[in-house]
Design a protein around this ligand. Structure first.
Ligand code: AOF
Ligand code: ZN
Length: 354
């Protein structure tokens, strides 16, 4: 049943920010009598949809939900009260809500009403599904994912900067899927100049992320796929007073322009946190990737590795200078996973949280 909750919750992937992904199932006499998920911030919570479907039959039933029911008046009234009012006998919870407004209060409220509560069911899967929400609540920053594609000899382009394509169709399709689950995707000016990327989640059923360009100089082409904002929204972040005429041109094309000082990955993440973002995908080149890592803006790394060798003594690699001189300084990836994606290999892991 908890797996079913996670499955329902996933239907809203990429659409709930700043809220978590939540699914709920109500069971009576071994049969599902109500289901729901939280579709979007401002909309009712998962439990409310499940309770509506179950109606009067909810009395004496068991509710499964991957996140502790809330106990606060936010954009919506507390789910704990709705669960009590519906007369449920038992609630099975995946994980405690780290939101300080909830943080065990929902569970306590249910128990005070005489409802049996079981917590920590499928806890690891529940934590992983909401890792971005948890990170946002604990660190006041969105969850950062660095994704790159490289050759087996560690290059993300040739000596001349050409990079289309390193990985095959299956890996690229997986990246579209990944973008649909993230609220923003960030590149630097160099990627716009060299790759002219689209950064959309085309070919998949899901929302496009906000496409973000960090550029200190605004030394960017007047024509780029990213300036076509009918496809998906674009935000350019630069420093105060840089090239006002170019800023005006971008705004005229429907591109949002924001000035931040100083223009660092840390500042950008704080800004995106304030905008309510849960997860941010770094699809940038090595220089910006290194700055993002150094700034603590990357929590998870997804490396697609293509079984090919391109060589090139000046060909770029995925992460630029981190200032490390000896191998023991290398950042160890934790909770490592790897699997084939078409002819390529995907290696995933987490950076140690500093
Ligand atoms: C639940 N079920 O489906 C969700 C919960 O602004 P509000 O009213 O939508 O409240 C958002 C907070 O409620 C969010 O930060 C998280 O703590 C919790 N989300 N809780 O019981 C749900 N989405
Ligand atoms: Zn709620």
């Amino acid at each position: 049943m908890m797996q079913r909750c996670l499955e329902l919750a996933r239907r809203a992937l990429g659409r709930t920010a700043p809220n978590p992904l939540v699914g709920a199932v109500i069971v009576k006499d071994g049969a599902i009598i109500g289901e729901g998920f939280h579709p979007q911030a401002g909309q009712p919570h998962a439990e409310v949809f499940a309770l509506r479907e179950a109606g009067d039959r909810a009395r004496g039933a068991t509710l499964y939900v991957n996140l502790e029911p809330c106990n606060h008046h936010g954009r919506t009234p507390p789910c704990s009260e709705a669960v009590v009012a519906a007369g449920l006998a038992k609630v099975v919870v995946g994980m405690v809500d780290p939101n300080p407004k909830v943080a065990g209060g929902g569970i306590a409220r249910l128990q005070a009403a005489g409802i049996e509560v079981v917590t920590g069911v499928e806890a690891a899967a529940c934590q992983e599904l909401n890792e971005a929400f948890v990170h946002r609540i604990l660190y006041h920053r969105p969850f950062g994912i660095l994704k790159y594609a490289m050759t087996l000899d560690g290059k993300i382009a040739t000596n001349s900067g050409h990079s289309a394509w390193i990985t095959g169709q299956a890996a690229r399709a997986e990246v579209f899927q990944l973008r649909a689950t993230c609220d923003a995707v960030i590149v630097g000016g160099n990627t716009v100049r060299l790759d002219n990327p689209l950064l959309t989640s085309r070919q998949v059923d899901g929302p496009h992320p906000l496409r973000v360009v960090m550029s200190r100089t605004l030394n960017l082409p007047e024509e780029a796929h990213l300036w076509q904002t009918a496809a998906a929204p674009t935000l350019v972040i630069t420093e105060p007073g840089v090239k006002p005429e170019f800023q005006a041109l971008l705004r005229h094309l429907g591109v949002e322009v924001v000035e931040l000082s100083p223009l660092t990955p840390a500042q950008v993440m704080t800004y995106l946190y304030d905008r309510g973002f849960l997860s941010v995908l770094w699809e940038c080149g090595g220089t910006l990737a290194a700055q993002a890592i150094a700034d603590g803006a990357v929590q998870k790394v997804l490396a697609f590795i293509a079984p090919k060798i391109v060589g090139g003594s000046t060909a770029p690699s995925p992460v630029g200078d981190l200032g490390f001189l000896t191998m023991p300084q290398a950042l160890p990836l934790e909770k490592l996973r790897w699997r084939p994606v078409g002819a390529d290999l995907l290696v995933e892991g987490y950076l140690p949280q500093t």
